[in-house]
Ligand binder design. Structure first.
Ligand code: FUC
Length: 823
């Protein structure tokens, strides 16, 4: 039957697909099909099925037609995008270390001798001469990084031509994806997950009649790889290759990589030949997919590639260990590990009507667009999807989530899918602590620590400074020099990154972490800043004060008084806010650890002399630059000069009401539009101004206009930071804990920025600084019940508007309060 269908399809060959040659349903077409974002399944979907249920499920009634409709799976190391094809299935694969490039020294030694001139030109108002000189001498060599690349693709074709009751879904609670349909009276089902326990992608294909599973399968890549059979394993294929990059001496430096697939069948027969895996008439098939590279690891950056690792052997080993386990136990172990993390938080935002709940996700996104607001359950799903993505792309021991997390189909993805450190990488980790996924923050600290050594070199060579520096982006090879163009001369990346280990400490109270990991990162970043700061001369905008120079407000330009535009200045507001944040935390850390008095005093002295945040007399807004320049793009996507509002806490409603008011005017000026991540950042900022309804307006814009059918954030194009930033923002509508008290404790604010649209609801498991975990239920916008677990003991200060409750807690104690924060 299957063979017959194949022949019929071959002869009829009626319509074209972009993924494959539609007229030729054969192994050859699998090989020759071009890899693009688009995909077309030759089968016809007669009708879709019903909501498959499951926790926060994303579900659809047709296969993905573009990559941005496919559904992501991942375990931090291995990633996959599932299209849910019927006749033509595509599973695009990633391995988190598969980066082009290699470890190199990008620092231009002519930088340092030109730095004083660059600085003087900027103090003299000759900004563009400074830009030109810095552009010549300070840029990285090369001027950019190489991309994170797709590992490859797994394609298979089946003889099914028409399906009904079609559903594909991703259950966020179990991290298991399903595709189900009926064809010729046979129910077909595919189930897939990527196990963080067993390091394999497992796909099980079943049908309710025997002998119905037939397909041809191939592994392929756009370049630099071959697919072949595996010696000693007749049911397997391996895709392998080496990136062809060479160093200046012509020596090969590229990573080697491999992906293996193995089919285990019940009934029918299976064989691998000529780079194709053929399964014929099986009752059931389980595919195991593994991947590996010979990347040496973030802790061995100078080595880069580890030639003792054989990626193919590693793949074979993962598979060998997984295939001996039975499917149900593999799946159970996977789900258990996923739920350990995912199940820590539950969010309910009132009721969504049954008719809406019955609709597939793409339809609900369209409705959000039509109505201008999302349904509340969609917000819950979007929130949990952000947590799901972090669990799937950033696990202890793996690479941190890059611009696309872990999911990239191209060889040259947008912005190389690198680590942008002037907002994007940091935003990826905003939900880590508050949404109870603290250990998923660790890959960011591994990367941060890996950057210290190369960053120290860059600090010395470019600026003659101590400590370490990172500019506006980095990669898997420790690139710390300025990239792209003069706007890349932004030496604030390390200082901002250093906020994260400090926050990890404030949430966990882990003193060993503070001492061993956070503090060295923070101190090194601060040492650079202390050396980099210069005193502004007489005649400048802030004589006698400390400023950064050169300086830049990412990635905005301004009009100089003579009408020309520039990007460079000294003392851009964001720099001052990041520095304020870092030095303040360093002082706190020194006090807690009772060490480094001399360094602490230096930090304090610098803080006292730092140029303060200024309000524009003309507009009442926070000034973005040292002078009240007009922005070239008034609605620029970066809202850098409000770093002090979020993610910093220098600007607060209670502590600095004038600055908070100026921040509000600034946000109004920036507008309610923007790229996906820009909207996500601004939602967080409106939350800090406790304007839940304005925050909700932007959240609605994000869902209606900057969210792809698979709920990936759309910059555009897809960029994952907006997912993570929005997830953190939804959490901060309900709980905030950034306001510190003199005794080192924090005040937890409940429902600080609750939109009217969410006036009923409950949340379980959100975390607050000081080591508290909060379960909260509210009605009519007011707390009904709250239960707070004190993980470490310590003083609990909790507030809801003017209501307060303060108590000394014991470790492990649960404090329960009712409306009005009464006990
Ligand atoms: C910054 C942003 C862009 C984009 C890029 C990855 O440069 O300004 O919008 O997000 O990072």
């Amino acid at each position: 039957m299957q063979r017959f269908t194949l022949i019929v399809l071959f002869l009829v060959g009626c319509y074209s697909v972009s993924g494959q040659d539609a007229n030729n349903h054969s192994p050859a077409s699998l090989r020759s099909g071009k890899i693009t974002a688009k995909w077309a399944d030759r089968a016809i979907v007669k009708d879709g099925g019903v909501n498959p249920g499951g926790q926060s499920a994303l579900w659809y009634q047709k296969p993905a037609e573009v990559w941005e409709e496919a559904l992501p799976l991942g375990n931090g190391q291995l990633g996959a995008m599932l299209f849910g094809g019927i006749a033509d299935e595509r599973i695009q694969l990633n391995e988190s270390t598969l980066w082009d490039g290699f470890t190199l020294d990008p620092n231009d030694p002519s930088s340092l001798e030109n730095l004083p001139t660059v600085r003087q030109l900027l103090f003299d108002g000759r900004n563009n001469e400074a830009v030109e000189l810095a552009g010549k001498h300070m840029m990285g060599r090369p001027k950019g990084v190489k991309p994170f690349q797709s590992l490859g693709e797994l394609w298979f074709d089946t003889p099914v031509t028409e399906a009904s009751g079609y559903v594909r879904s991703l259950n966020l609670g179990t991290a298991v994806a399903h595709t189900a349909f009926v064809a010729d009276g046979v129910k077909y089902s595919r189930e897939a997950f990527i196990s963080p326990v067993d390091h394999v992608l497992v796909i099980r294909l079943t049908s309710d009649k025997k002998g119905k599973i037939t397909f041809n399968l191939i592994l392929k890549r756009q370049q630099d790889a071959v697919c072949e059979e595996v010696t000693n394993d007749p049911n397997s294929l391996i895709l392998k290759g080496t990136l062809p990059i060479k160093d200046n001496g012509g020596n090969p430096r590229g990573l080697s990589f491999a992906a293996q697939v193995k089919a285990v069948t019940k009934g029918g027969n299976v064989k691998a030949a000529n780079g194709i895996l053929q399964v014929n008439g099986a009752d059931e098939v389980t595919l195991f997919v593994s991947a590996a590279t010979n990347y040496a690891g973030l802790n061995q950056l100078s080595k880069g590639v580890n030639l003792t690792i054989n990626p193919s052997a590693k793949c074979a080993d993962f598979i060998k260990k997984a295939v001996v386990k039975n499917y149900d136990s593999l799946k159970a172990a996977h789900i258990k590990e996923h739920q350990r993390l995912f199940g820590r938080v539950d969010l309910q935002l009132g009721k969504t009507d049954v008719a809406t709940l019955a609709l597939p996700i793409d339809r609900r996104l369209t409705l959000a667009k039509e109505k201008g607001i999302p349904d509340n359950n969609l917000v819950e799903i979007f929130f949990q999807f952000g947590r799901y993505l972090l669990i799937s792309s950033s696990r202890p021991g793996t690479m941190p989530a890059n611009l696309q997390g872990l999911w990239v189909w191209q060889m040259n993805p947008p912005w190389n899918a690198d680590y942008h450190t002037n907002i994007n990488l940091q935003m990826n980790y905003w939900p880590a602590e508050i949404t109870n996924l603290s250990e998923l923050h660790l890959p960011l600290f591994d990367l941060t620590e890996a950057l210290i050594k190369p960053g120290e070199k860059t600090a010395k060579v470019l600026y003659g400074a101590n400590g370490w520096v990172v500019h506006h982006l980095t990669d898997a090879w420790g690139f710390t020099a300025p990239a792209d163009g003069p706007q890349g001369i932004w030496p604030m990346g390390a200082a901002w990154l250093a906020q994260h280990p400090w926050e990890h400490y404030t949430y966990t109270g882990d003193l060993t972490f503070l001492k061993k990991r956070a503090y060295p990162i923070m101190k090194g970043a601060a040492l650079f800043i202390l050396d980099f700061l210069v005193e502004a001369p007489a005649g400048s905008a802030c004589p006698g004060k400390l400023v950064t120079n050169p300086s830049h407000s990412p990635e905005n330009a301004f009009f100089l008084p003579n009408g020309t535009t520039s990007v460079f200045t000294y003392g851009a507001t964001m720099d001052l806010e990041i520095i304020h944040d870092l030095l303040t935390h360093c002082i706190e850390a020194c006090n807690i650890l009772n060490q480094d008095q001399v360094f602490r005093d230096k930090c304090q002295k610098a803080l006292d002399q730092l140029t303060p945040i200024r309000i524009s007399p003309a507009t009442g807004r926070i000034m973005e630059w040292v002078q009240d320049y007009k922005e070239k793009e008034p609605q620029h996507r970066h809202t850098s000069h409000l770093f002090g509002l979020h993610p910093g806490n220098q600007i607060t409603m209670l502590g600095t009401p004038e600055l908070a008011e100026a921040a509000r005017k600034t946000l109004e000026g920036r507008g309610d539009g923007g790229t996906g991540w820009s909207l996500a950042w601004k939602i967080n900022m409106w939350n800090r101004l406790q304007d839940g309804n304005h925050a909700y307006k932007l959240l609605s814009n994000l869902l209606a206009s900057r969210t792809l059918p698979n709920l990936f954030d759309n910059c555009p194009p897809f960029q994952i930071d907006g997912n993570f930033g929005a997830t953190a923002a939804i959490a901060e509508m309900l709980v905030q804990s950034q306001s510190g008290n003199n005794d080192g404790s924090y005040t937890i604010q409940l429902l600080p920025s609750l939109p009217t649209a969410f006036s009923e609801g409950s949340v379980k498991g959100l975390c607050a600084r000081g080591g508290f975990v909060i379960d909260l239920q509210w009605e009519n916008g007011k707390v009904g019940k709250v239960s707070i677990l004190s993980r470490n003991g310590g003083i609990l200060h909790v507030a809801e508007g003017a209501n307060r409750y303060d108590v000394q807690t014991k470790k492990g104690e649960i404090v329960q309060l009712i409306a009005g924060l009464k006990r």
